[in-house]
Design a protein around this ligand. Structure first.
Ligand SMILES: [Zn+2]
Length: 158
């Protein structure tokens, strides 16, 4: 499941530090630790969280593209990274890069996990990078409102 992420962790090319830093191929990238995000969320609107979260994967995308990792491989790796970081178990049913919209389902979400507005921003950002479109992400159902999984739709807004 986390093939690439595990391979890199095993080779010591991917390390997670307690302060939220990630070392990837000996480059440091900063991912906000969840306690910090939760704290930040007390003071920000959902839209502000979403907009900020879109920036979170950018340093990692830069490291991966500098190493010439291909777009779809990057998307796959960034989804694996989110799983390893505890975002939940992520699936993208019927993925086809030519689809106008993409569905993402996240199950086993930890009740202490960062909010879905943060997740939405992260997903919008990594899909936009991989598929070269200006995607936005909406959440259609959420475990915090009693659903069995969180479901997101990623599409270009008209
Ligand atoms: Zn949710």
């Amino acid at each position: 499941m986390h093939k690439k992420a595990e391979e890199l962790m095993f080779a010591d090319l991917l390390r997670f530090r307690e302060d939220g830093r990630i070392d990837l191929f000996n480059n440091a990238a900063f991912l906000l630790p969840s306690e910090f995000i939760l704290k930040m969320e007390e003071h920000l609107s959902p839209e502000e969280i979403y907009v900020l979260a879109k920036k979170i994967p950018l340093p990692i995308i830069k490291i991966l593209s500098d190493r010439e990792m291909k777009e779809l491989e990057r998307l796959d790796f960034l989804l694996q990274l989110a799983e390893v970081l505890g975002m939940g178990s992520i699936s993208v049913p019927n993925f086809d890069q030519n689809n106008a919209a993409h569905q993402v389902i996240i199950t086993n979400t930890n009740p202490n996990k960062v909010s879905c507005h943060h997740t939405r921003g992260y997903l919008a950002s990594i899909f936009s990078d991989a598929l070269k479109k200006n995607f936005e992400c909406e959440e259609n159902q959420c475990v915090s409102r009693g659903a069995d999984s969180c479901k997101f739709t990623i599409s270009v807004k008209g």
